[in-house]
Design a protein around this ligand. Structure first.
Ligand code: NAD
Length: 355
């Protein structure tokens, strides 16, 4: 398979722009604002339907302005600001519609609740001349950037297998909007892996999937999934994600594994192991060139949470300055990840071949 371009993944903007946050929920508290503080980005203002939540985050992170309404945020945001939208997907269209034309925007995943909604959102972004990207920040995690560089440098030879394995306890109750939602696991979690696989392997020919409920979350839509991406007969590409494992750390796992003709690489995604506090991310690789496999650990400059969130915002800031450098997860690209989500749900509903 072809190696991905490492340079597409900005870790810093040409020049930082102010940020206006729309949404003051868990992910803004846990990752967006800590990342921006670490990067030295200025958050100029914040708005949430729940004004108390916006006020609390403003106090905690020293944000000077709490907007009273979406219209006020849209009208009074600094001219160069990036709108950083982190709300449930169902609210995206209404918010994008209210933004001023021609602005830079970062939207939390998923891009709507279906492929159809994603396509409508892309059309809306075009109509408003927005430079809009989706916050698929896993691509920017330090271990994923290092993995991309190793592959591009040829350390593993030709890539022929990629596997995501997540078997953890996920505290779904943190997202009250998900509890009644008809689509949970693939749309809100495995979507990160579908997007990551596309970024390493390109577009698959087709998708096989089954998504099922877990008894510990029986009131919810399915929270565990097995997904096979079909890249032909010579590539193994599999995602399994199951979120009800309360057996303790020893039997929980959260990693991506790549296999090439000359070596293997494994990246732990620590945040899933104790969400959202997490454990550290890791990356180790082995080469098979000289007889016995020899494993090395790669020193990393941070973790998925919060460091990857610097990169996704930096890539939008760069795009805002230079139209020839669209963010790698621009809405048009994100729409293709949404197509995989839709295909996975369709495959699960259609069922397998009868025996
Ligand atoms: N790694 C990741 O990329 C990651 C992780 C967690 C959540 N998320 C995404 O971030 C989004 C928000 O998740 P969360 O964990 O913060 O959820 P949350 O429930 O903690 O917060 C959502 C916030 O959005 C606000 N809100 C809802 N509708 C709004 C509207 N129309 N205008 C303004 N505010 C509105 C709510 O009042 C709430 O404060 C979700 O789409 C989720 O998929 C992404």
């Amino acid at each position: 398979m072809s190696c991905p371009a490492v340079t597409a993944y900005a870790t810093a903007p040409f020049r930082p722009r102010p940020i206006v946050s729309i949404g003051a929920g868990g992910i803004v508290h846990d990752a967006h604002l800590p990342a921006y503080r670490k990067a030295g980005f200025t958050v100029a203002g914040i708005y949430d339907l729940d004004r108390d939540k916006a006020g609390a985050l403003a106090r905690q992170f020293g944000i000077p302005r709490v907007y009273a309404s979406l219209a006020e945020a849209a009208a009074e945001a600094p001219a160069e600001a990036v709108f950083d939208i982190a709300v449930p997907a169902a609210a995206l269209a209404e918010i994008v519609a209210a933004l001023p034309e021609g602005r830079a925007v970062l939207l939390q995943k998923p891009l709507g609740e279906s492929r159809e909604e994603a396509e409508r959102l892309v059309a809306l972004c075009h109509q408003k001349h927005l430079r809009a990207a989706v916050n698929f920040q896993l691509r920017h995690a330090p271990n994923m950037l290092a993995a991309r560089a190793l592959l591009a440098g040829g350390a593993l030879g030709d890539l022929h297998a990629m596997e995501a394995r997540v078997n953890v306890y996920m505290p779904w109750h943190l997202w009250s909007f998900l509890l009644p939602h008809p689509r949970v696991e693939i749309l809100y979690h495995s979507i990160h892996y579908l997007d990551l696989f596309r970024s390493f392997l390109g577009e698959p020919r087709s998708v096989y999937a089954k998504t099922t409920r877990h008894p510990a979350a029986a009131e919810m839509s399915p929270t565990r999934s097995a997904i096979i991406l079909d890249y032909g007969d010579d590539v193994f590409a599999v995602i399994t994600a199951s979120h009800g494992n309360r057996s303790g750390r020893a039997q929980q796992e959260s990693f991506i594994r790549w296999e090439g003709t000359r070596g293997m690489m494994v990246a732990q995604m620590g945040v899933n192991l104790n969400y959202p506090a997490g454990e550290p991310d890791t990356l180790a690789y082995c080469t098979l060139d000289n007889g016995a496999p020899s494993w090395r650990t790669v020193a990393l400059a941070g973790n998925w949470f919060p460091d990857a969130f610097i990169g996704s915002m930096a890539s939008v800031m760069r795009w805002a300055d230079d139209s020839s450098q669209p963010a790698p997860t621009a809405v048009e690209d994100a729409c293709r990840t949404m197509a995989l989500v839709e295909a996975a749900y369709a495959s699960s509903a259609a069922g397998g071949r009868h025996v």
